[in-house]
Design a protein around this ligand. Structure first.
Ligand code: KIV
Length: 258
């Protein structure tokens, strides 16, 4: 098993895992300093392209962004989301996962779903592709529906069953998206592998957020997002200064010219 993956698993019950999204090199360089896992999420659909759903993201888009991210990630585990329709069958899942790993040099791929896609996950893992799971809200499936999961007994049972099945097949960690606190807590307690929560409470083994959300670049009012900094303020102050110096001919000086 990849050393970085072993390291992530070994954090269970010891220290919290930090996971952040990145879509390009310069962001990845900074994120890599603070994260254990850098995820090239298909959330880039809405964050970068204004797509209504993540279903519109193509394999080429994921690969191109991941190639850029790879240039910035040195120490963290790099995981790439497999886009919608790229893992509908065992054969397509393996072909596309191999392509992603070969072209982007990422460490692992992430697929959304439990029992329904267990055949593809099993097939990937048997073929030595490291896989991260993702259950709860599944943006590729629950299009436009942002309803938290695990509130009814039936949903809770299904989520626990999915989590155990994913673990049994060999995923190294599972993202729990918008799962009720008590259910996320129970899943985390039952599993030997780490859970990475997003809107699923402090009881998960780690947390993931879309970086653009937490730095205030992407305007969102989703309940689980906390804005840790308003980066727009700093960006605008620098850009405003540039514009003003160009207009007043204060920039460029002689030393900036050939
Ligand atoms: O696409 C994404 O960024 C994700 C995370 C938010 C978990 O799947």
């Amino acid at each position: 098993m990849n050393k970085k993956i072993k390291n992530i698993i070994s954090k269970k019950n010891k220290s919290k895992i930090v996971c952040l999204t990145a879509y390009s090199k310069n962001f990845a360089i900074e994120i890599d300093k603070h994260a254990d896992i850098v995820l090239v999420g298909d959330s880039l659909a809405s964050v970068l392209y204004n797509y209504q759903t993540t279903r519109k993201v193509t394999l080429s888009e994921m690969i191109n962004h991941s190639k850029s991210v790879r240039l910035g990630v040195k120490k963290s585990l790099m995981v790439v989301d497999m886009p919608y329709n790229s893992y509908s069958t065992n054969i397509s899942a393996l072909k596309n996962a191999k392509k992603i790993i070969k072209e982007t040099k990422c460490d692992a791929v992430k697929l959304e779903g439990g029992k329904k896609i267990i055949s593809q996950i099993n097939y990937l893992i048997r073929n030595k592709i490291p896989v991260m799971g993702h259950i709860g809200i599944l943006p590729q499936t629950n299009v436009g529906k942002f309803k938290s999961k695990g509130k009814t007994l039936r949903e809770k049972k299904q989520l626990i069953e999915d989590a155990l099945l994913l673990q049994k097949k060999g995923v190294f960690a599972i993202v729990l998206e918008c799962i009720k606190t008590s259910t996320a807590r129970q899943i985390t307690q039952i599993l030997k592998i780490p859970t990475i929560g997003i809107g699923s409470s402090v009881y998960c083994d780690g947390q993931v957020l879309v970086t653009d959300d937490l730095i205030g670049l992407n305007d969102t009012n989703i309940k689980f997002v906390k804005r840790f900094i308003n980066i727009r303020k700093y960006l605008n102050s620098g850009l405003k200064k540039f514009a003003s110096e160009v207009k007043s001919k204060k920039y460029p000086l002689k030393k900036h010219s050939y």
